[in-house]
Design a protein around this ligand. Structure first.
Ligand SMILES: *[C@@H]1O[C@H](CO)[C@@H](O)[C@H](O)[C@H]1NC(C)=O
Ligand SMILES: *[C@@H]1O[C@H](CO)[C@@H](O)[C@H](O)[C@H]1NC(C)=O
Ligand SMILES: *[C@@H]1O[C@H](CO)[C@@H](O)[C@H](O)[C@H]1NC(C)=O
Length: 416
């Protein structure tokens, strides 16, 4: 350990990558644990606008390589590319693999994602003799939550990942990742683990199609503005303005376990530095708080940050029948969905000098994020017993990660 650790972070969606690099540079867990951090991303990140810690004597060196596409070639060609692009690639000790590429066709999505991870592992097998640990993120899809109504009775425990019905397991790429790593680390001096978050709450300087916090923050920000509340308005409004939960009753009342991207990032780093307790191909659930929460419970606290009064859903249809498939919306909704509301009012952001709010929002993820309030009608909370057994930090408030993200969105000009 010590001076020689070199972390390499691979990511496509900015959400976890941003938090992981931010924690490593903070520096978490302490100055000197890592001397080098390399971040490899698909989407462009402009360093001066990254909001990461500035260079300092106690900060690891950062090399950022963006616009990198892992889909082409094989392990050997990727190894050549990495050798050319990454300073001291032979000194890499820790790989954090956070890539997920969504593809329209499920079979192709599976194959593309598996190929990318295999290329990364094969490449580092050729060029990184000091590799000690590989950590990757799975997700609750690995517990069958994409099956309407869910698959298992919660709380979801790690052993359930191996009990998925075969036809579901065949659609979940994490199962294939496990097989890949089990095969590839035979006789090698590195070990690995998988971390399973449900909803991830966090900041990126330039949006992310998986960012529910940004999607709702932009909605609440525009709603407040249109009702004469908050930045950009006269600020004279004194009567309370309500904003209903964007979804149905069953989704507002179902139990789940959100995690802030900073907690997720810290645990991945923590696990990778404790190979004896966290390695060996183990799976760990991760969440901010072992008491599950409900969107309907946190909605008023999220709305209140924008000066609004969050109230329950206006929808009463589609309540409990679990008829919607994963990512689906009902044919009609009483109110505009957050995505539709954004589309109708986004010019306000541009008019008030927040062009980045429009260009750097959730983009193509809008429909998927709109559906969160509708199809997730069933309980899907995570057991944190195994996580707590590792000695990692304890509970935090469910809403804290949201509010920290909102502050950062405002700083980065992504909301009013
Ligand atoms: C394997 O890793 C350990 C530290 O985790 C190190 O002490 C040992 O020298 C390594 N062995 C080889 C063959 O690299
Ligand atoms: C954010 O992303 C959009 C679209 O990719 C791009 O047009 C814009 O320049 C980016 N802004 C920053 C600050 O990176
Ligand atoms: C964890 O969540 C519960 C339920 O919302 C709350 O009472 C508790 O204070 C939270 N823990 C921390 C440390 O905030």
């Amino acid at each position: 350990m010590g001076e020689s650790n070199h972390a390499i972070v691979f990511g496509a969606s900015g959400l976890i990558v941003w938090a992981l690099v931010n924690q490593l540079l903070s520096p978490y867990p302490s100055a000197g644990t890592f001397s080098k951090v390399t971040a490899i991303t698909n989407r462009p990140i402009i360093l001066s606008e990254s909001h990461w810690p500035e260079p300092a004597s106690n900060r690891p060196d950062l090399q950022l390589i963006s616009g990198f596409d892992l889909r082409h070639g094989d392990g050997a060609t990727l190894a050549e590319t990495l050798k050319r692009a990454v300073r001291d690639v032979e000194s890499v000790t820790h790989i954090y693999y956070l890539v997920f590429t969504a593809v329209e066709d499920d079979t192709e999505e599976f194959a593309t994602n598996l190929r990318m991870f295999k290329n990364v592992i094969d490449a580092h097998g050729l060029i990184s003799p000091n590799l000690r640990f590989v950590a990757f993120t799975g997700g609750t899809r690995g517990y069958g939550i994409y099956t309407p109504g869910g698959t298992f009775t919660p709380p979801l425990t790690e052993d359930m990942a191996n009990k998925l019905p075969i036809e579901t397991a065949d659609t979940v790429v994490y199962t294939a990742y496990r097989k890949l790593l089990h095969a590839k680390n035979k006789g090698k001096n590195w070990t690995w683990c998988e971390v399973c978050p449900d909803a991830i709450i966090g900041f990126t300087p330039n949006g992310s199609q998986f960012s529910l916090a940004l999607h709702w923050a932009q909605y609440l920000s525009l709603w407040a503005y249109n009702n004469g509340i908050g930045p950009g308005t006269s600020g004279l409004r004194t009567t309370a303005v309500q904003v209903p939960f964007p979804g149905n009753v069953a989704s507002a009342n179902s139990l789940f376990s959100p995690v802030s991207s900073s907690t997720l990032a810290r645990f991945m780093i923590y696990a990778s530095l404790h190979p004896e307790t966290c390695g060996g191909g183990q799976l760990f659930n991760i969440a901010d708080n072992q008491t599950a929460c409900k969107y309907g419970e946190i909605w008023p606290r999220l709305a209140s940050w924008f000066g609004l009064v969050g109230v329950g859903p206006v929808e009463d249809s589609q309540a409990l029948d679990n008829t919607l498939k994963a990512g689906e919306l009902p044919e009609t909704t009483e109110l505009l969905t957050p995505g539709e509301y954004f589309a109708e009012h986004k010019d306000i952001f541009a008019e008030l000098g927040r062009a980045n709010a429009v260009n750097g929002g959730v983009g193509a993820g809008r429909r998927q994020l709109d559906s969160v309030g509708y199809w997730l009608t069933f309980d899907r909370q995570l057991s944190l017993e195994k996580l707590r057994g590792t000695g990692f930090e304890g509970d935090r408030d469910h809403v804290q990660g949201w509010l920290e993200s909102f502050e950062m969105f405002r700083k980065a000009g992504l909301i009013l």
